[in-house]
Design a binder for this molecule. Structure first.
Ligand code: ATP
Ligand code: MG
Length: 148
């Protein structure tokens, strides 16, 4: 059953706002796209990525979330202006329990958020990847099949 992407994004942001009242999340793009998938699971993915974006940035900070369409997929891009991720770690952050060694004592976490997120996205027939530069920030991109 098709779910409006706006519903998923709203649910995820409402969840974030409960623990991060100060968070500024700038949403843009096509909120009317209809997705093929599980609302709660997809919400969990967006929530994990937004949580990281806030956790690995200084306060106060702005997070940008953009929704576009690429072929038969919705593409969600979440950009932060935080600590960034070195090239050699960009694949490994999606591994189970992997945390960047240089930062693991500064931030609390288990290293499961992105592993779970990737599993959910792959199960939906989509993909997830990161573009990042240390000291500048990160953009997490994910694609989810559209319903039609
Ligand atoms: P949790 O299981 O609580 O989410 P976590 O945040 O450490 O713990 P992941 O969300 O899987 O685990 O992220 C894995 C690692 O990737 C993090 O420990 C961090 O080193 C790095 N990382 C993830 N997102 C970002 C980001 N937006 N900016 C910088 N580093 C990040
Ligand atoms: Mg995390």
């Amino acid at each position: 059953n098709p779910i409006k992407i706006a519903t998923v994004i709203d649910m995820a942001i409402n969840g974030i706002k409960k623990s991060h009242k100060e968070a500024e999340i700038d949403v843009s793009g096509n909120l009317d796209l209809l997705l093929l998938g599980d609302k709660l699971q997809l919400c969990r993915v967006i929530n994990n990525i937004l949580n990281n974006a806030i956790k690995y940035s200084g306060q106060p900070t702005v997070i940008k979330l953009h929704i576009g369409q690429v072929g038969n997929y919705a593409k969600v891009s979440i950009t932060d202006f935080g600590i960034g991720i070195a090239k050699e770690n960009q694949e490994r952050i999606f591994d189970r329990f992997y945390r960047v060694p240089e930062n693991e004592h500064k931030y609390l976490g288990t290293g499961l958020g992105l592993f779970i997120s990737k599993q959910i996205v792959i199960e939906h027939g989509g993909n997830i990847w990161v573009e990042s530069k240390v000291g500048h920030g990160s953009t997490f991109n994910l694609t989810i099949p559209l319903s039609i």
